[in-house]
Ligand binder design. Structure first.
Ligand code: PEP
Ligand code: MG
Length: 872
C-alpha cells in the first residue's frame, strides 16, 4: 500500500515531489534538530487520489487517524482536550512554490470548549478568543467561500465603536462578541453551525486545500510559471504555536542576507504579540529584527545561530518564518530567499568566498536575464508602482528612459542638439532615421517585431526600445501620437520601460547601472568556464567600447551599411548608386573609401589583439534612395541630378520584395566596385596598423550567400582586390573570408559552401525569416496572437526555433565540418544574445555567439551555464 502520510521526522529534502517544497523542508529542518513544531504531511499522491474521486480515500482517513494519535502522543495534547487541547494549522505546499496561491487554515481544533481550555492554560482569555475568531474567519472563507470582507466589516465596526486604532486594543469581551457575530455570519450565509468537532474541521480543511489546487488564481499562476497541472499539492498538518500569546510572544520573517543588496547581515522584520498572517498580509507594520535583540536577546542569538546553520546547510540565502511562543522559539519555514538581481550576484560571489559553493555553482545561481536588468537604467520601483501604463508593446530593448516625445528623426536630432532628452516615437523606423535614433533615450514604434529595424538598432545602441505598440497612431503632420482618446504632443514627457514594453505619460525617475564589483567577478568565472566565445555586433567605436567594457571577445558582426547613413555619407552613397557609368561612380567611391578606411582603422585599433569580423554591404540599394517627392527635390539639388532622372533611376531600383531582392552579395555581382572599395578600405586600415606595430588579421564576411559558386565568385572578387593591394609590399597579411549562413539553400549545401569559406556565421534573423516565410519587419501584427494561441511557443526571432531553423543549422554545421572539421561557426542574429538559444547553440557545436553590446554579459553567463548543463 502506498504510504500517504509522512511524519516530519520521516521525510527529507529529497522528497520534494512527494511532500511538496514546504513538507520536505519541514522534514529536513526537523532532522537538523531545529525547533520545528511537530506535524505530518499528506502527500501529493493523496492529492492526486482526491482530484480523481473528489473524496478523501478510506486509506487516507485511516492513516490520518494514526498520524493524529502519534501527534497527540508526542505533544501531550488532544483534539477536544479540556486541559491541553491540540490545535493545528493546515497548509498547502506544492513541489514548486506558489506563494499565496492556495489556502491555509490556522487554529483548527478550537471550539466553544477548547477555547476555554486554551484560556485557562495560557491564563490569557483574550489570546484564546482572538485565536478562535481567526479560525472562524479563515474557515468560513476557505471552506465555505464566505467573503473575507464580511468578517472584516464586523471587526472594523467593533473597533470603530470603541475608537480603537489597532486590533491589539480589542479586549477579551470584544473578541467574545466578535466570535458570536462571526458564527451568526455562517447562519446568514446558509452554512448552518460552525462545526464544533476538531476532526470534522480538519477533514473539511484538508478537502479545501486539495480543492484550492484548482482555484482560478492557482491555475493562472501555474500557466504563467509553466508549472504542470499534474503536480498536485501536499498538505501539512502542524501543531500550532502562538505568536499572539502575550508580550513574550511574537512572529516574524528573516532573511539570512539582505535580499535587496545581498549584504551579509540577517535582515528581518517581526511583530510582538502577533500571528504570522499579520506580517505577511501587511495588516500591521512590523519592526526591524534589530528590535528583537533588545526585546529578547537570548531568542535573538538563538535565531542568528539557526540562520547561520540553515544557510550553511542549504548553501544559499534562506528566508525563515519564525514564531516565539511564551519565550520559546519555533521555526515554521525555511526556503531559498527571493532576491533582486544585484543581491543574487553578490550572494553567489560571496558564498564562493565563504567556501560554501564552487565558482561553477555560483555561475549557475544567477539567471542570465537578471544580469540584463543590472546593466540598464531602471525605473525606481516605488515611482513605477504609482503609475499606470498608457500602452504596451514588445519589450525590444531593456532599460528605462524618460524624455520628451519627438516623431521624426530630424526633430529628434534638433531637440537633442539643444540638450533635450528625446524619446523617438514612430510608426516604424528605417535606416534613414538613424541620426534621430542615435540621440534618443528610447525608441518606440507602433509597428514591427523583435528584429525590426527599430528593435535591432535600439539593442545595438543600448537604447531602450519598445516596438509593435500598435495602439499608438502617429500623425506626423499634426506632430501628435494618439492612443485611443489620449494624445502625446511633441515635447510631452513620456517614460518607456523596455523590459516590460510599457509606455507611460510623464516623467519617472531612473537609476543607473553597469558591470562592476561582484558582477565583473562572476563574469570572469563565466568566461573561464564557457566553451563558446562571446562577441559583439558593433558598427561604431562607441558601441564596441561599450561591449569591451562588458567583456566582449571581439566583434562578430559589423554591419557596414549602418556606416552609410550619416548625412555626409548618404550623399556620396546616393551619387554612387545614381551614377550611370563607372566614371560617375569613381568619385563618390573615392570619398566613401576614405571614410570607410577611417571607420575600420578605428575599430581595429580599439580591438588590439581581439578579432573583428566585418560584413560587406547587405541592404537593398533603394533603402538609400529618396522616397517621396519632397525628398526627391532635396536630393536632386544636393547631387545635381535633374528630378526626372532621379525619379526614373529610383523607380528602376524599386523592388516589390526588397528583403528578397537586390541585396547582400547580389550587390557585389552587379556593383562589384562597392565591395572592392570596402575590401580596399579594410586592407588599407590593416596595412596602416601594421605600420604602427599592430598585427591585424581581418575577417571579411559575405552576406546572403546561397551557393558555392556564388561564394566562389565573391571570394575571388575579394582576394583579387587584396592581391592588388599587397602586390608591391612584402607584407604577409593573413585574412579570412567567410560567409553568413542565412539562406536555407546554403544550409543544405553547406559542405559545398564550406569549400569556399574560412568560417560560417549564422544570420538567424534572415534564416528564420526565410524558414518560416515570416517577414521579420512585419511579424508584430500577428506574432503576439500566435503566442497567445499557443501556435508558437515563443517568437522565433527572439528564441531560436530548434525544430525548424535549429535543425537547418545542425545540418549546416555537420555538412560544413564534413568539409572542414575545424570550421569556426558563429551566430550573429538577434538570438545570439538569448540564453535559451545559447544553450541550444552549445549543444549543436557553435563556436561563438555575437550579440548587441548590452547582451554580452547575459550571453557570457548563458554560455557558461550551457557548458555546465552539457557536462551534467
Ligand atoms: C541576420 O540575418 O541574422 C543578420 C545578423 O543580419 P541582418 O540582421 O543584418 O540581416
Ligand atoms: Mg541577415
Amino acid at each position: 500500500m502506498t504510504k500517504l502520510i509522512y511524519e516530519f521526522s520521516e521525510g527529507n529534502m529529497s522528497m520534494r515531489d512527494l511532500l511538496g517544497g514546504k513538507g520536505a523542508n519541514l522534514a529536513e529542518m526537523t532532522n537538523l534538530g531545529l525547533p520545528v513544531p511537530h506535524g505530518f504531511t499528506l502527500t501529493t499522491v493523496a492529492c492526486h487520489d482526491y482530484q480523481q474521486t473528489q473524496t478523501l480515500s478510506q486509506a487516507l482517513l485511516t492513516e490520518l487517524d494514526q498520524a493524529l494519535a502519534r501527534l497527540s502522543q508526542i505533544t501531550g495534547k488532544q483534539f477536544n482536550g479540556t486541559e491541553h487541547p491540540l490545535l493545528v494549522s493546515v497548509r498547502s505546499g506544492a513541489a514548486i512554490s506558489m506563494p499565496g496561491m492556495m489556502d491555509t487554515i490556522l487554529n483548527i481544533g478550537l471550539n466553544d470548549q477548547t477555547v476555554m481550555a486554551l484560556a485557562n492554560l495560557t491564563h490569557n482569555e483574550r489570546f484564546a478568543y482572538d485565536s478562535y475568531r481567526r479560525l472562524l474567519a479563515m474557515f468560513g472563507n476557505v471552506v465555505y467561500g464566505i467573503e473575507e470582507d464580511t468578517f472584516d466589516r464586523v471587526l472594523t465596526e467593533v473597533k470603530q465603536a470603541h475608537g480603537y486604532q489597532s486590533d491589539l486594543e480589542l479586549t477579551a469581551a470584544d473578541l467574545k462578541q466578535i466570535v458570536t457575530d462571526f458564527k451568526a455570519i455562517y447562519q446568514q450565509a446558509g452554512k448552518g453551525e460552525f462545526p464544533q468537532s476538531p476532526k470534522e474541521q480538519l477533514l473539511a480543511a484538508v478537502n479545501a486545500v486539495f480543492e484550492s489546487w484548482n482555484n482560478h488564481r492557482a491555475q493562472v499562476y501555474r500557466q504563467q510559471n509553466h508549472i504542470p497541472e499534474s503536480l498536485g499539492t501536499a498538505v501539512n498538518v502542524q501543531e500550532m504555536v502562538f505568536g499572539n500569546a502575550g508580550d513574550q510572544s511574537g512572529t516574524g520573517v528573516a532573511f539570512t542576507r539582505n535580499p535587496a543588496t545581498g549584504e551579509k547581515k540577517v535582515f528581518g522584520e517581526y511583530l510582538l504579540n502577533a500571528q504570522g498572517e499579520d506580517v505577511v498580509a501587511g495588516i500591521r507594520t512590523p519592526q526591524s529584527i534589530e528590535i528583537l535583540h533588545d526585546d529578547m536577546p537570548v531568542i535573538y542569538d538563538q535565531l542568528m545561530g539557526i540562520a547561520e546553520k540553515l544557510e550553511t546547510h542549504y548553501k544559499d540565502m534562506q528566508d525563515l518564518e519564525f514564531t516565539i511562543e511564551n519565550g520559546e522559539l519555533f521555526l515554521l519555514q525555511a526556503r531559498d530567499g527571493k532576491r533582486t538581481p544585484y543581491a543574487a550576484v553578490k550572494i553567489a560571489v560571496d558564498l564562493v568566498g565563504g567556501g560554501l559553493i564552487t565558482k561553477e555553482q555560483a555561475v549557475q545561481r544567477v539567471s542570465p536575464e537578471s544580469v540584463s536588468a543590472m546593466l540598464h537604467p531602471e525605473f525606481d520601483a516605488n515611482a513605477i508602482a504609482q503609475q499606470t501604463p498608457l500602452t504596451t508593446g514588445l519589450p525590444a530593448s531593456p532599460g528605462a528612459a524618460t524624455g520628451q516625445a519627438y516623431f521624426t528623426a530630424e526633430d529628434a536630432k534638433k531637440a537633442a542638439d539643444s540638450g533635450v532628452k528625446v524619446i523617438l516615437i514612430r510608426q516604424d523606423t528605417s535606416p534613414e532615421d538613424i541620426d534621430g535614433m542615435i540621440v534618443s533615450q528610447a525608441i518606440v514604434t507602433s509597428r514591427g517585431g523583435m528584429t525590426s529595424h527599430a528593435a535591432v538598432v535600439a539593442r545595438g545602441m543600448g537604447a531602450t526600445g519598445v516596438v509593435g505598440a500598435h495602439e499608438i497612431n502617429v500623425d506626423y503632420a499634426a506632430k501628435v501620437a494618439r492612443v485611443g482618446e489620449q494624445k502625446i504632443h511633441e515635447g510631452d514627457w513620456v517614460s518607456v520601460d523596455g523590459t516590460s514594453g510599457e509606455l507611460y505619460l510623464g516623467k519617472i525617475e531612473t537609476t543607473p547601472a553597469g558591470v562592476k564589483g561582484e558582477l565583473s567577478v562572476l563574469l570572469d568565472w563565466a568566461k573561464a568556464i564557457a566553451q563558446m566565445g562571446v562577441y559583439t555586433n558593433a558598427d561604431t567605436p562607441q558601441d564596441f567600447q561599450k561591449a569591451l567594457d562588458f567583456g566582449a571577445d571581439g566583434i562578430g558582426l559589423t554591419r557596414t551599411e549602418h556606416m552609410f547613413f550619416k548625412p555626409e555619407r548618404l550623399i556620396q552613397m546616393r551619387r554612387l548608386i545614381l551614377a550611370t557609368d563607372a566614371a560617375g561612380r569613381a568619385e563618390p567611391l573615392e570619398q566613401l573609401l576614405k571614410m570607410q578606411q577611417e571607420d575600420f582603422y578605428q575599430l581595429y585599433k580599439l580591438a588590439g589583439d581581439k578579432e573583428v569580423t566585418i560584413r560587406l554591404l547587405d541592404p537593398p540599394l533603394h533603402e538609400f534612395l529618396p522616397h517621396d517627392e519632397e525628398e526627391i527635390q532635396a536630393v536632386s539639388q544636393q547631387i545635381h541630378l535633374a528630378p526626372e532622372k532621379l525619379r526614373e533611376r529610383t523607380n528602376s531600383l524599386k523592388e516589390l520584395n526588397p528583403m528578397l531582392g537586390h541585396r547582400g552579395d547580389r550587390l557585389a555581382v552587379t556593383f562589384p566596385d562597392i565591395y572592392q572599395m570596402q575590401v580596399k578600405a579594410i586592407m588599407s586600415a590593416v596595412i596602416r596598423l601594421h605600420g604602427e606595430g599592430l598585427e591585424v588579421h581581418p575577417h571579411i564576411m559575405i552576406p546572403l550567400t546561397d551557393s558555392k559558386s556564388e561564394m566562389a565568385w565573391v571570394r575571388q572578387l575579394v582576394t583579387d582586390q587584396i592581391k592588388v593591394m599587397t602586390a608591391d609590399t612584402d607584407l604577409q597579411l593573413t585574412y579570412t573570408v567567410g560567409t553568413m549562413m542565412e539562406m536555407p539553400r546554403a544550409c543544405v549545401t553547406a559542405d559545398q559552401v564550406a569549400e569556399e569559406s574560412d568560417f560560417f556565421s549564422f544570420g538567424t534573423n534572415d534564416l528564420t525569416q526565410l524558414t518560416f516565410g515570416y517577414s521579420r519587419d512585419d511579424v508584430g501584427s500577428f506574432m503576439p496572437e500566435y503566442i497567445k494561441q499557443g501556435i508558437l511557443p515563443a517568437d522565433p526571432f527572439q528564441t531560436i526555433d530548434t525544430e525548424g531553423v535549429g535543425a537547418l543549422m545542425a545540418i549546416a554545421i555537420n555538412k560544413g565540418r564534413q568539409t572542414k572539421p575545424d570550421l569556426p561557426i558563429g551566430v550573429c542574429g538577434e538570438v545570439g544574445g538569448d540564453p535559451a538559444s545559447i544553450n541550444f547553440f552549445n549543444q549543436i557545436g557553435i563556436t561563438y555567439v555575437s550579440c548587441s553590446p548590452y547582451r554580452v554579459p547575459v550571453a557570457r553567463l548563458a554560455a557558461a551555464q550551457a557548458t555546465l548543463n552539457q557536462k551534467s
